[in-house]
Design a protein around this ligand. Structure first.
Ligand SMILES: NC(=O)c1ccc[n+]([C@@H]2O[C@H](COP(=O)([O-])OP(=O)(O)OC[C@H]3O[C@@H](n4cnc5c(N)ncnc54)[C@H](OP(=O)(O)O)[C@@H]3O)[C@@H](O)[C@H]2O)c1
Length: 242
């Protein structure tokens, strides 16, 4: 009996972590659906894997996320893994409202609409893996980008809830929250970055975590220590850091 080809969708795959995940999955022979706002980049990636990659160009802050998702699932012929990697994380030094609004629309509203729908899709078909690229920034507030850290706290917290829900429903659904420290993409900027992981290494660790159906994974593993420490920091100390 032939084993059916697995189908994965990466929301936010035109660059960075999402793009590398899409390329690695295509190299493994998966059918891959990729999304993003930049159509030229989607087409460029698709050209490298014409028989394995399908595209759907859309902005997660607009009103048609589910229509696009359904269209992409149709092109792939099903869905086994959904990864939400779309995100923005610009510094908001002047507490710019437009930037904070866009951060919430992308990292919270777009995220929750896509993963809520996908979780219910997986419940109906009784299998699937749901994944988000959250951040180590989810653990505490920061003055550099308050909306970003708050949006990542929402993602990590929401995923903890979904993990409990899937377990309680006794469904064959894995729910994996990825929390990178710094990965070498255009998003990782500033002079205070350290322990930066190359994007290929990060993507390989993420795929391994999905295959092992992990609940929460730090990229790289050593960021586990920072996650634990930062929770213990008293507020006065955190304030000094930033
Ligand atoms: N790099 C790091 O150090 C780091 C650390 C912790 C967490 N993360 C998280 O990892 C995820 C991926 O980030 P990255 O580092 O790979 O950055 P990236 O290269 O900037 O990738 C972001 C992706 O999100 C998509 N995107 C952004 N806004 C969108 C929108 N409104 N609609 C649809 N797609 C949108 C972009 O596609 P288009 O521009 O084509 O739409 C792009 O494909 C983010 O959620 C980020 O918070 C990154």
């Amino acid at each position: 009996m032939q084993i059916p080809t697995k189908k994965v969708i990466v929301i936010g795959a035109t660059s960075g972590i999402g793009r590398k995940l899409a390329e690695l999955y295509a190299e493994k022979g998966y059918m891959v659906g990729i999304t993003g706002r930049r159509k030229d980049l989607l087409d460029e990636i698709q050209k490298h894997y014409p028989s394995l990659i399908e595209t759907e160009c859309f902005d997660v802050t607009e009103k048609k996320n589910i229509e696009h998702l359904v269209a992409l699932i149709k092109k792939l012929g099903g869905l086994d893994i959904l990864i939400y990697s779309s995100g923005i994380g610009e510094p908001s030094k002047e507490l710019n409202w437009q930037l904070d609004k866009l951060t919430v629309e992308t990292n919270v509203n777009g995220f929750v609409e896509v993963v809520n729908w996908s979780f219910n899709y997986f419940i109906k078909q009784n299998h699937g893996s749901l994944v988000v690229i959250s951040s180590i920034a989810s653990h505490r507030g920061n003055s550099w980008a308050p909306a970003y850290s708050a949006s990542k706290a929402f993602q990590s917290n929401y995923f903890e809830g979904l993990h409990m829900k899937a377990g309680r429903m006794k469904k064959n659904i894995s729910v994996t929250c990825i929390e990178p420290g710094f990965v070498d993409t255009k998003m990782a900027k500033g002079n205070k970055i350290f322990w930066t992981v190359p994007v290929l290494k990060a993507a390989k660790q993420i795929i391994d975590a999905i295959e092992k159906k992990k609940k929460r994974v730090y990229i790289s593993k050593r960021w586990w220590l920072i996650a634990k420490l930062i929770k213990l920091f008293p507020y006065w100390f955190l304030k000094k850091l930033g």
